[in-house]
Ligand binder design. Structure first.
Ligand code: ADP
Ligand code: MG
Length: 622
């Protein structure tokens, strides 16, 4: 077999955007698996230990390397995949900069075993921090095994920068999935420590998604299929009722490569308009085929952004393709799991019309109803939904509101605040005018509460307001030594994904401190008791919401664990936009909000109240 690796000329090397290839163990996973795919492997096994800190190993049955290629592979800009800059834009392989192995070897202990199919013996190379420690012939199967140990052993700063093992582990899972979801024809497995996380045979795309996310996914998936001159879109979206509180199951691929795109995200969300509550995201797996020349992969393979020439047209095509798919799933016979017919939407039968899916606005609990039943002896005036009876609120809290608006209490939040709240809207002189006329509040768009003040009116975001109220109560509860909990008459269970086990392990002790009594039993969470406040909610649903919120919050900011849990519980329990409120409920919300620690700012750091003064209103009539 001839040697096929060439050294990239310098000028091309320079044309290729520089950048750090290896940020964390997951980057190693990505590079190694992509190399295995480029080598034509039909089986890829990933093994990691301790979130990849101590070991990331990829074993493939691809082409393997000759002894000379094996040695060359560690040279910077050694690649078999590109010879001149034009090739950059016609890439069909994954890696092309010839930098990955060299970069990895510079910061880890690497052991590579490789053998081409026509060779008798393979080669073993040990490379530690860019030094070839040994190169020997060995007995080894066809293909390549690369073990990367002790990542960042010589760069302590980078090592310390890594997240907890569970965080790194999750990133690895994510990289693994991004590849597994686009190469269902390759048998893939993942072992972490001593656990088998995934074992995916060679299969069709639908089966692969189902195997990854569980059998329940089979009937949730709706095939999408659209072909135009500029793009071909295939894949799946899910039925609206299975939208999630996080975007973590949203996948776009273009020409077999994962990418992120907010604009196209929006196109999908837009197709679901009116079908799902705000704050929920539909999982999707969409695969684009476009002419290579119409995209710019940005010659930076660690980046996941891609530029599309026909951006706007593609937006419209995605939106209509998803809309059409959703409109059709009601009449399409449910697709057989084993049948890979997913991309053929059955034609309409004679006389049948396309039914637009019914609107499924947030089917969660109704806190107002539940609280009517609530037992006053529980001690807390404010139970689960927070509306058990009217609570007299001292009018001075209104004054406090204006005072607190001026106070600096908000400042500590400011760094985390996405939408900076402008407190100037409430001028100090308004303090004098605070004789609040208590007119009945009104609801606008089932989302905002309009309430008059002497000098104008306020709009209050009902969900954010309720979150603030609940968050304060929960923090208070958690801060006290123990949160009162209520045993369930019958234990309930939640089935969880394998990948979620480690996060649940972190979360359960904290949730138990916050009034739950949960137990992890393999891939099930057994619920024995819930906090008294949550007693009348559907416990599974609430816990899943809490979990998803928690994962999202963890990624966004580094709230401490207690606050993060309180925030997750509050978000899960709070009434959502879209819920009609009675006058009493609105009054309660308003009063309790002004009695809270920070009426202006939701615990997510979002603005709760917008003030409209008479002066502003008058100006508008000029
Ligand atoms: P690139 O993938 O950008 O070419 P890498 O540093 O990732 O650069 O790999 C360098 C070269 O080593 C590749 O071009 C390929 O020829 C060879 N190589 C790496 N991994 C494998 C593998 N698993 N099987 C066969 N060849 C490989
Ligand atoms: Mg590569």
């Amino acid at each position: 077999m001839s040697e096929i690796i060439k050294l990239l000329p310098d000028h091309i090397a320079n044309q290729i955007a520089a950048g750090e290839v290896v940020q964390r163990p997951a980057s190693v996973v990505k590079e190694l698996i992509e190399n295995a795919i480029d080598a034509g492997a039909s089986r890829i096994n990933l093994i990691a230990k301790d979130g990849g800190r101590t070991l990331v190993q990829v074993v493939d049955n691809g082409s393997g390397m000759t002894p000379i290629d094996a040695r060359m592979a560690f040279e910077r800009h050694a690649t078999s995949k590109i010879a001149n800059a034009d090739d950059l834009f016609l890439l069909h392989t994954k890696g092309f900069r010839g930098e990955a192995l060299a970069s990895i070897a510079a910061i880890a202990h690497v052991c590579m075993k490789t053998k081409t199919h026509d060779a008798e013996l393979g080669t073993e190379i040990i490379n530690e921090g860019s030094k070839i420690v040994s190169q020997e012939p060995v007995m080894t199967p066809n293909g390549t095994s690369i073990a990367v140990k002790n990542l960042f052993f010589n760069v302590p700063a980078r090592r310390n920068f890594l997240g907890k093992n569970t965080t790194e582990y999750r990133k690895i899972v994510e990289e693994f999935l991004r590849i597994a979801l686009v190469h269902p024809g390759i048998e893939m497995s993942f072992h972490h420590n001593d656990d088998e996380i995934y074992n995916l045979p060679e299969q069709g795309l639908r089966q692969r998604i189902v195997q990854i996310y569980g059998a329940k996914f089979n009937q949730r998936l709706v095939p999408v299929n659209e072909e135009t001159d500029i793009i071909k879109i295939t894949g799946f979206v899910v039925k609206p009722e299975y939208a999630k509180a996080s975007r973590d199951q949203s996948y776009f691929f273009v020409n077999n490569r994962y990418f992120k795109d907010r604009y196209f995200n929006h196109a999908v969300a837009n197709a679901y308009e009116g079908l799902i509550a705000s704050g929920k995201y539909p999982p999707y797996f969409l695969y684009f085929d476009v002419p290579t020349k119409s995209i710019d992969v940005n010659v930076h393979p660690t980046k996941t952004e891609i530029k599309f020439e026909e951006n706007q047209a593609i937006y419209a095509i995605i939106r209509s393709a998803v809309k059409q798919a959703l409109g059709q799933f009601n009449i399409a016979p449910s697709l057989d799991f084993d049948q890979e017919v997913s991309f053929n939407i059955p034609a309409l039968k004679k006389g049948e019309s396309v039914r637009i899916p019914e609107i499924q606005v947030d089917p969660t609990f109704n806190p107002f109803e539940t609280t009517k039943k609530s037992n006053p002896s529980k001690g807390s005036a404010i139970s689960a939904g927070g509306f058990s009876g009217k609570k007299e609120v001292d009018p001075s809290v209104w004054e406090n509101f204006y005072q607190s608006a001026k106070s600096t209490a908000l400042e500590s939040y400011e760094d985390e605040v996405e939408e900076k709240v402008q407190v100037e809207t409430v001028s100090s002189s308004m303090n004098d005018e605070l004789e609040v006329k208590r007119k009945k509040p009104t609801q606008i768009n089932d989302k905002y509460i309009l309430t008059s003040i002497k000098n104008g009116f306020l709009l209050i975001d009902q969900f954010r307001a309720h979150c603030r109220i609940l968050f304060d109560q929960l923090m208070d509860d958690i801060g006290k030594s123990g949160v009162e909990s209520q045993k369930l008459l019958f234990t309930e269970e939640i089935e969880i994904d394998k990948t979620e086990v480690s996060s649940w392990k972190d979360l359960i002790p904290e949730l138990n401190h916050a009034g739950f009594e949960l137990e992890l039993n393999q891939q099930k969470i057994v619920i024995h008791a819930v906090p008294v406040r949550l007693e009348e909610q559907n416990p599974q649903r609430t816990l899943v919401d809490i979990f998803e919120n928690y994962q999202e919050n963890q990624q966004k900011n580094d709230l401490n664990m207690e606050a993060s849990i309180a925030l997750s519980m509050a978000s899960a329990m709070a009434i959502k936009g879209g819920k009609k409120l009675t006058a009493d409920e609105m009054e309660y919300l308003t009063d309790a909000l002004f009695a809270s620690t920070s009426p202006q700012l939701s615990p997510h750091g979002k603005k709760i109240i917008e003030t409209f003064t008479i002066e502003e209103i008058t100006k508008r009539f000029n």
